[in-house]
Design a protein around this ligand. Sequence first.
Ligand SMILES: [Zn+2]
Length: 489
Amino acid sequence: MANQSAIKHHLLFHLSLNTVVVGLVTGASYYHLPLSGIKDTLTYFIHLIILQSSVAGILYFLSFKLWIFRLVFSPLFFLFSAFAFWAYTQDISVTPHLIQAAFESKPDIAIDVISGPFMAYLGISITVIYLLNRWRKAIGDSPQPLLFGLLALVCLSLYPLTETYRPGSLQNRLPYNVVYSIREYQKRPSLTLNQVMPDLEYHKDSLVMILVLGESVRADHLGINGYHRNTTPSLNTIPDIISFKELYTEHTYTAASLPQILTDQGQVIKDTTYTSVYSILNRANFQTHWLGNQTLERGYAPVVATNDSVILIDAFKNVFSFNKRKDEDLLPPLKAILPNSARNVISLHMIGSHWWYEDRYQDKHRRFTPVIDSKYIPSLSPDQLINSYDNTIVYMDEFLSQIIDALTQLKIPSVLVYISDHGEQLGEGGKWLHAQAGEAAKNPAYLMWFSKKYQKRYPKKVEALTSQIHDTSTTDRVFYDLLNLLGIE
Ligand SMILES: [Zn+2]
């Protein structure tokens, strides 16, 4: 009888422990999901149950002995609840970049994050830790350590099982994303870059290039490329734009495609050292600036770092956030840099057409309806998905035309290059988005625009590139196109 009541107490303790952890930590990863309807809610409820079950396994071992609970569980819970506060209130994503900011921020900046609500949340967390510690002490050690230990192991195994079946689905949520991000942060960059540049032959004229790095925009959904919908109403009216419709890449996600586009790395990755295009541009006396609306990933962060300046406008929200800034917020910092130097290369890294599409444009760009109303893809119709996707292209159309507008007002020659990092699956072969590679994800949009002054100064370059627009090529050419456009031999 005594044993049975001890088991009951232990079960009650663990049930409460898990409920508290859902409330103050893991629940934060689900709070901002745009759910519509019972099916969505149910799907993510099951998702949370699977995640929390795996966490329950860990919690069992963390409370196995009182001293472990005190020395390991308590500080960990405090740390994780601090991250959860930001996930609840700001929809932040815990990424290696956030970890870097948290570890490396100067004290004056760190003080800015301390607010009344944050302190109150941490106060609740400390109170909960205190109460849980008292309760853990009162119930004593597990009455059935072997049985419960085995059960905990089964629960724990849900993590590797789920991650094998759907990589990233648990790893990108609390508490796992904290562990994952710290581990990634500690790793050395995956890309080795040449540090020493040889002497170069180059024109020394004044010249500005805007290099727009798009996201998930496939060539065949651009009106300017002959798509049956007019998704590019502004670009259609701008002369002097050329489009390379037959450009292909093998790399269908950002972390792999960007380093390939921005260095001399080819389609086939060889284990060697590459040269960043920005290192060459700096050597040719260009000021290089990176303005990003995506958090940096290890795959390309070293390349970005070779710019003279790096500004991330929304550094703590990655693609898992549903309240990210729009790309138009890149325009004010761009316009601040534009007049400052005679030789400038400014890269704009867009969030572009990345899922979740409805967050990527304003109401006025909603040309095609009905649009997606759920994050759960199986509950959406192909029409909804394609409509929303096409609306993101309408947004991009206006974004690019605004940049071209700003460039035409400059007194010096300028050129705009737009390259999407990869395409997107829109139902081909039953696949959506771009993580799972299919042919539709391998044909990114690639555009160039030349100012009148540029055309006048470099007529042969413009003519040569224009003659190549129907050629089939790979994104390997972009690196060399950029150098060529900027007059570097
Ligand atoms: Zn991408």
